[in-house]
Ligand binder design. Structure first.
Ligand code: GLC
Length: 422
């Protein structure tokens, strides 16, 4: 087993063809935090058990870049990658390139998984991916600093803003000029779609960009309020640089002790609690704040699934690897070693899992009631919808457009993308 970068594949495809031939199958894995190592360890177990050999290729951290790489590979009908790690918002769009796993797996293969994710991965009656791990946005906070300043864990964005201002001012006075209140994912990519949807959906009637009927709902007063508030954070409680942060940049600032709050996915727990972390045992995790007292916390649903390419020369073997990696044993290991949320409800009752990641128990409802992005209703057009949304939000955060104007422009653009129907 060898890890090589998928980016270099594109550059030297001749060389890659040779390298890939050495292994029987190839899997693409994410490399955010400890993700790649966990994937490699799982793959190594399967290699040992099955006697087959697997090549692991790593992919860019940005989900947006990852998608365009996958689209290039799949549109070229390349057999270079057999197993793709695909985002929860991609099954509808990538389905034509993926095999129906029901052809290869036992009838009851999906029985113990969260039904909603299995449904999400079933396109026109075909099971195009097995749920690997689920995700939902959560709020990380510095318990030690909230205690020191006599502050409560915020339950509204208003309270988060106020607590950030207080602690940031205090820490800077103590000499830490690089201390910030709040870090999140503000780069113009899929992660900003997620963050901004969490702000908007946390306001009463804020909506989810496009509703289940396919109506464009994003241009509304609550969304204006949510985005205006977020724009006000930049340079105040969030560094200007947040406009270029993905998950790992946000974690870098938080984990080195330079932020009070961070929005991130559960995987960051394992790393902020690691021995290398400057803030080990000083962190808590709760549900994201609500938009005002009549709002509600809204975590956007994320997560990754394993799919087999239609162009694979070894679909049966590839499906076997998928079944192994998504099995209870592997999911438990990944939960304990990396804080990756299982897609098997039973593991949320497992004592060892709960000891490693206590908030898998306390935030169970957050994980099971997370807000989906409008990928099912917009189908193939989802990437364009998301791109239009994150670009519009990025303009507002950058101060180039006001929230009201930005959302009005976005509405026209989404109408153009939709035409008559999605
Ligand atoms: C996480 C989520 C994924 C989302 C991405 C955005 O990886 O699991 O669903 O698209 O973050 O950055």
């Amino acid at each position: 087993m060898k890890a090589l970068s998928l980016v270099s594949i594109a550059a030297v495809s001749g060389l890659v063809a040779m390298q890939v031939q050495a292994a029987e199958i190839t899997i693409s894995c994410g490399a955010v935090g400890a993700e790649l190592q966990l994937c490699q360890a799982g793959v190594a177990r399967w290699e040992k058990q099955s006697g087959h050999s697997v090549e692991v290729v790593s992919t860019p951290n940005s989900a947006t870049e990852r998608l365009s790489l996958y689209q290039q590979i799949l549109n070229a009908r390349s057999s270079d990658i057999d197993v793709f790690q695909i985002d929860v918002v991609w099954p509808g769009m990538l389905a034509p390139h993926l095999v129906d796993l029901q052809q290869y797996l036992p009838q009851d293969a999906t029985d113990d998984f969260f039904e909603a994710i299995v449904a999400n991965n079933t396109v026109d009656g075909r099971l195009v991916a097995m749920p690997w791990f689920t995700d939902a946005g959560v709020l990380y906070y510095r318990q030690d600093l909230l205690d020191e300043y006599g502050l409560e864990v915020p339950t509204t964005w208003q309270a988060l803003t106020a607590a950030s201002q207080t602690v940031q001012a205090g820490e800077r006075e103590k000499g830490n000029g690089g201390f910030w209140g709040y870090v999140f994912q503000g780069r113009a990519y899929e992660g900003l779609t997620v963050n901004a949807l969490e702000w908007i959906a946390s306001y009463p009637e804020g909506g989810t960009i496009v509703n289940d009927q396919g109506d464009i709902t994003v241009n509304n007063p609550q969304a204006v309020e949510a985005l205006s508030r977020a724009a006000g954070w930049i340079g105040d409680i969030s560094p200007q640089g947040v406009l270029n942060y993905t998950e790992e940049e946000a974690r870098g600032v938080f984990q080195s002790g330079n932020a009070l709050f961070m929005r991130n996915w559960p995987y960051a727990w394992d790393l902020v609690q690691s021995e290398q972390s400057d803030i080990r045992d000083r962190v808590g995790v709760v549900a994201l704040p609500a938009g005002g007292n009549d709002g509600q916390s809204a975590a956007v649903l994320g997560g990754w699934n394993l799919a087999v390419s239609r162009y694979s020369e070894h679909p049966e073997l590839a499906a076997e690897l998928v079944a192994f990696l998504t099995s209870p044993g592997e999911q438990k290991r990944r939960a304990i070693e990396g804080a990756y949320n299982p897609t098997l409800p039973a593991l949320y009752q497992d004592e060892e899992v709960l000891a490693a990641v206590p908030f898998f128990g306390t935030l169970y409802d957050t994980f099971t009631s997370a807000v989906p992005r409008p990928s099912a209703v917009t189908g193939d057009k989802y990437p364009r919808v998301s791109n239009a949304f994150f670009n519009a939000v990025h303009e507002v955060l950058s101060g180039n457009t006001g929230a009201e104007q930005g959302l009005a422009n976005l509405q026209s653009e989404l109408e153009r993308i939709k035409r008559r129907r999605w």
